[in-house]
Design a protein around this ligand. Sequence first.
Ligand code: WT7
Length: 641
Amino acid sequence: MSQDALSNLLQENRRFAPPAELAAAANITEDAYTRASEDRLAFWAEQAERLTWAKPWTEVLDWTNPPFAKWFVGGEINVAYNCVDRHVEAGRGDKVALHWEGEPGDTRAITYADLKREVCKAANALGELGVVKGDRVAIYMPMIPETAIAMLACARIGATHSVVFGGFSVDALRTRIEDADAKLVITADGGYRRGAPSALKPTVDQAVTKSVENVLVVRRTGQEVAWTDRDVWWHDLVDRQSEEHVPEAHDAEHPLFILYTSGTTGKPKGILHTTGGYLTQTAFTHHAVFDLKPETDVYWCTADVGWVTGHSYIVYGPLANGATSVMYEGTPDTPHRGRWWEIVQKYGVTILYTAPTAIRTFMKWGDDIPAQFDLSSLRVLGSVGEPINPEAYVWYRERIGGGRTPVVDTWWQTETGAIMISPLPGITHGKPGAAMRPLPGISADVVNDEAESVPNGSGGFLVLREPWPSMLRTVWGDDERFVQTYWSRWPGLYFAGDGAKKDDDGDLWLLGRVDDVMLVSGHNISTTEVESALVSHPKVAEAAVVGASDPVTGQAIAAFVIPRGDAGDVDVEELRGHVAQHLGPIAKPRQILLVPELPKTRSGKIVRRILQDIAEGRPTGDATTLADPAVMDHIKQALGL
Ligand code: WT7
């Protein structure tokens, strides 16, 4: 994206006020913004007090060596103690921490007292395997309670975990084990996906490198596994451990975890998060953004623990707050397309946090499916991962939330560790598609090429002006890359890589990665806005837009559209006109291609690079990062390529 600011094309006038009842009892009121803007560090110090510290900090923030931040300097704290023990000590041991639902329908209810026993046993087991504070442990697991238990056990003893998404291949796992020099890998024989056991252990067997001394294996599916001397069954080792384990206090800046993000170029970056600031901001944001009432809410984040959303909003934030959560192992269409709504009904889920890609899938599957279930327990809905199209937002609010529930569109990244920009459900008048305002204590802005704040009504680059408690501390083993990637475009500003605009009220709209912005006849146009315009047409289920080189306009807009229902009755000319009517003639796609599916990563993000190859008439490039590489064949077949 260049000098010319992103065009502010989309007009969206729908507004949703917070429900009166929710507003009256909201966890956060407007004064939080005032207090945080008057004294940001005092505000964060106040939030850190939600946690139980073993030793108080002496300074809230040390920013003398930017961009290397130290938060809560001198403070000592144990993350696992805060997520587990203290709730038991406060008499809430019998409260359910996790309602776990396996894909085949088996269930486990794990109370905080159960969790304490299991985490202590696992911590003792790690000790027996010779894992000590500072060691790295790779975790390659299905969505089962032992995954959270393993993470907490690492946190308890001060071993730094690196969770690798269970859908990743041998190479991805090996690179991550190698980069972090992991001493132990925790895995399972397999997990259930799409109605069948899906093996994990064979991938680990091929990926282990010299640094790995042991592989600790949970038996989940009972499938056959190869076995070597370094392998240890979880049930053999963990079950016989003592249920007592004294949590050691760790420095506020002790490395809690590494999580790799792939990015578009180069090898994956090991994003490093530390202890005190990370837990402070995940706990605060989970309390604030979801208005969590731990006594009555049943909270469900549908992410996989292999992504940062799972770290911050399945494990650390909710448990630090003493929440009751649902954790689901499998896929949304197993054994039927109403599985999620069945789970919401069964557990009385009150807060649901999911991704736009899932919402659009449910839209495609049809309104009649959620309509068969009682979803009246829901009171707050959240969205994360990519911009939510206004139409998807409204569908989510109406069809899942019964028109009652606020939708919080939460912008953040693996690097930010916790939510940064979001409406607050008791305060904000929601606008479909907008992430609205930086949270109290966060200073996000939209700037132009010269790093000047853009006026309302304009677009540009999303930046963060001040450090925040859960920020990444570095790229594991590569401080230089940390500085180069995030802090070098403009001195003193963190550049997130996203485009955004401020509307006339100053509220923020995310416009996608700046690499995806199109330059059409000298205008920067956001792929997100064109996609949202397409999705607002009743015959469109999903859309992906790319800029394809064009001799006349520089780039021209090519759109790939999944029709709702039968493709036969979709009129491409009508869709082009629809976009022009919504966004103006400049945004009218040069071509619209009807396709049955879209290429997506395993975390649900559209891989535009491959679509650009098609639009520009090249053979399509590397499809190995796709969740389902066969999708490309289906697309090519539909296009007659
Ligand atoms: C990128 C970060 C944050 C956890 C999941 C993704 C995009 C994320 C939103 C949102 C618009 C969003 C951004 C961001 N993104 N949430 N609410 N609206 N875009 O973590 O894999 O590190 O990806 O996801 O482009 O930079 P991640």
